[in-house]
Write a protein that binds this ligand. Structure first.
Ligand SMILES: Nc1ncnc2c1ncn2[C@@H]1O[C@H](COP(=O)(O)OP(=O)(O)OP(=O)(O)O)[C@@H](O)[C@H]1O
Ligand SMILES: [K+]
Ligand SMILES: [Mg+2]
Length: 695
């Protein structure tokens, strides 16, 4: 009745190929076609209410309106018209950057919408309703071939599910009740068997709906870092506004004609339009890069935090290991028999819906021929369900109580009832644990008192390729800690095999939370990957909480990212993307500000040289005329935005290197580049303009 998860290697391979395809279709392809496609959206964004979210671009918009109005007053002034036109273009280019970034998610959103086709739901009570009328808590039946009508948890049964609609991954996955692989997503299809699903989200708020919102950028909110940067840009804008305003009387005194058009043009050149135009595109592109790696970030803040993460916590079962812990054998105490242990283990597991419980039932039934004895569940039994707090499960029967669970938990239970744990069991428990298995003690209490009968050996397998990737995290300066509810020895064995830096064993959900809070109190940003309901509080507390898509709804709800591939080492890529986002934003801000300051020194001498021959020495650029200097600067200022759109979307290249070195390198490249570029660019445009007669 249990189905085992497919072995990882073949489908992993397919998955990599699939991602490669997705990636190629993405960031590399940016060209005139995309710009043209984004143009209608860019024009729609000329609405000043939309522009208000970017103070710098709003100032440019206001300037464009002013110069246009003035040009109408003096229709023969070609200079005014040309400046107005280029100012409008500056705003359109800024909108274009954002529209192109958003456009890249639209195709994906369309694919997702197809998966959201309206299905009918067969409720467990026999009625049939449209999927759009489901309520939270409804139980629906899904059989082979059915499209699951909504998000939920499997309440009963095991099935293989085709999740390719959301993950793009064609290999089926196992979804089952009780364990950490219980969440199903509406729009995915059941391939075999029958499951009963308890609906956990309202129609319209499902996972696919949220994915669509995300890839379209509709759900995007400004992150705290973005808001801070916007405030800085607004302040710079005010400073330059004042600078330009004071320039007017100074110019009048010097005898230069500084019209409103010239002042507005000068202002637009000086305020940080480049970064103001590209800021939101950089953020959208970062989210988009994550989506392409099958990670859904529910908040931009989490993506930024990922760039600065220094501690990574991972849970063991299902994250570092494959997560289908299965019973491999029963070991009796001296004088007992395997069959005795098997029977007690079976009794304690008859109502245990966890994968561990079910695997114990099937081992006892198949290998020990106990299948017939408990076809009918015993009358009057009180079933004790497993919980991560008690770390035990079992049953109370008339005159007999049976428990199985973590060694320390069962030892304590037997102790409370006046019994003693047999010392001879220490050897098999340690042997199982040091091999990375999980020993579960089986104990009974009856008229002979309380005692341990033996040990169940649960086996799990570390996912392939873990230690290499943890080594990579170490190189990035991130410390990995495995946390598990399992015992110390098992934890140590798995930790060594997987190559994590540290581990915490016998952890309750509260312990996981406490560990995160401690790290955070020490000023560290903490990432956590997990899949279980017992991981949910920790996932919520972590700065970056990556839930495995294979996990429970509770985990996916609590985290701020979901990895559709359920690959715990995906965090390496998440961190890289986060760092790249921060570096790209920093680099383009540096470039933008350096650029604007340089413009000041490039244009002012040209403006005043005519009336102040003394300034002629400063006029190193030898621009044709004051008008040509201003126009060249405005044109350059607008074109720089378009030129940098690909970099904003692709991101600055990231290599795992020390933060200091990255910073120095970027300051050199983008700071110096920003200083030099205006001199070269404005001169070039000035030369081109001088080819037109009359300038
Ligand atoms: N069905 C069960 N019945 C009784 N005891 C169980 C059962 N499943 C697990 N246990 C015991 O309880 C312990 C804690 O389980 P829990 O699910 O909280 O953590 P875990 O899965 O071992 O680790 P992780 O936190 O990495 O997922 C297990 O190590 C095991 O000893
Ligand atoms: K500017
Ligand atoms: Mg678990």
């Amino acid at each position: 009745m249990t189905a085992s998860a497919p072995a990882t290697p073949p489908h992993r391979r397919r998955s990599r190929a699939h991602h490669a395809a997705r990636r190629q279709a993405g960031p590399g392809s940016f060209g005139p076609a995309q710009l043209a496609a984004a143009l209608p959206d860019a024009l729609r964004k000329l609405d000043p209410r939309v522009l208000l979210s970017s103070p710098v671009i709003f100032v440019v918009w206001t300037g464009s309106v002013l110069t246009t109005v003035f040009s109408f007053a003096d229709p023969g002034d070609w200079f005014g018209w040309t400046i107005s036109a280029w100012l409008w273009l500056t705003v359109v280019f800024a909108n274009l950057a954002e529209a192109v970034a958003e456009g890249r998610g639209k195709a994906q959103a369309d694919t997702l919408r197809q998966a959201r086709t309206d299905t009918v739901a067969r409720k467990a009570d026999g009625s049939v309703v449209p999927g759009t009328e489901l309520r939270v808590g409804d139980l629906v039946v899904c059989e082979a071939g059915d499209v699951i009508p909504g998000d939920g948890d499997v309440a009963e049964g095991v099935a293989s599910v085709d999740e390719s609609a959301i993950t793009g991954e064609s290999a089926p996955v196992i979804r089952e009740s009780g364990g950490d692989r219980s969440a199903v997503t509406g729009g995915t299809r059941v391939l075999s068997d029958r499951i009963v699903v308890r609906i956990t989200t309202r129609p319209g708020e499902t996972f696919i709906d949220r994915m669509i919102g995300l890839v379209e950028g509709a759900a995007r909110q400004k992150t705290p870092n973005e808001i801070a940067l916007n405030i800085l840009l607004a302040s710079l804008t005010i400073v330059f506004l004042l600078a330009c305003a004071t320039l007017a009387p100074f110019a009048a005194y010097a005898g230069t004609r500084l019209t409103l058009v010239v002042l507005v043009a000068l202002l637009v050149c000086l305020i940080p339009t480049t970064i103001g135009a590209l800021l939101s595109a950089i953020g959208i592109a970062g989210m988009d890069r994550l989506v392409r790696r099958n990670v859904l970030a529910m908040s931009g803040r989490a993506v930024e935090a990922a760039g600065d993460v220094s501690t990574l916590l991972l849970d063991k079962t299902g994250t570092i290991t494959l997560g289908n812990r299965r019973a491999a054998g029963f070991v009796p105490v001296p004088g007992g028999t395997e069959a005795e242990v098997a029977e007690a283990a079976l009794l304690s597991s008859l109502a245990d819906e966890t994968p561990e419980g079910r695997s114990i039932v099937s081992l006892a039934e198949d290998a020990y021929g106990l299948g017939d004895r408990y076809r009918e569940r015993p009358e009057g039994a009180r079933w004790i369900a497993f919980s991560a707090q008690t770390r035990m499960s079992g049953v109370d029967l008339a005159g007999r109580r049976v428990r199985k669970g973590a060694a320390d938990a069962v030892t304590a239970w037997v102790g409370r009832l006046g019994g003693q744990v047999c010392e001879e069991l220490r050897e098999p428990v340690e042997r199982i644990a040091t091999a990375g298995g999980t020993p579960l003690l089986v104990a009974v209490e009856d008229e002979h008192g309380a005692r341990v009968l033996g040990v169940i050996h649960l086996k799990d397998v570390v996912k392939p390729g873990m230690s290499e990737r943890f080594a990579e995290l170490r190189r990035m300066g991130i410390r990995t800690i495995m946390i598990t509810g399992d015992n110390r020895m098992t934890a140590e064995a798995i930790a060594r095999e997987a190559g994590v830096d540290d581990f915490l064993a016998e952890a309750t959900p509260e312990d996981k939370m406490t560990l995160i809070k401690q790290e955070q109190a020490a000023g560290k940003l903490v990432a956590m990957t997990g899949d279980g309901t017992n991981d949910a509080p920790a996932l919520a507390q972590a700065d970056v909480g990556v839930a495995m898509n294979s996990g429970t709804s509770a985990a996916k709800e609590a985290g701020n990212m979901v990895d559709l591939d359920s690959d715990p080492t995906k965090l390496i890529e998440v961190v890289e993307i986060g760092k790249q986002l921060l570096i790209t934003r920093g680099a383009l801000t540096t470039f933008s500000v350096a650029n604007d300051v340089a413009k000041y020194f490039a244009i002012i001498p040209a403006l005043f040289a005519a009336v102040h021959p003394g300034l002629e020495k400063l006029n190193v650029m030898r621009l044709a005329s004051p008008d040509s200097a201003i126009l060249s600067a405005v044109v350059f200022n607008a074109l720089v935005i378009v030129a940098l759109v690909p970099l904003a979307l692709r991101g600055v290249a990231y290599r795992p290197a020390g933060a200091d070195r990255m910073l120095r390198r970027n300051l050199a490249v983008y700071g110096l580049g920003g200083l030099v570029a205006p001199f070269a660019g404005i001169k070039l445009i000035d030369l081109l303009l001088s080819l037109f007669p009359g300038l």
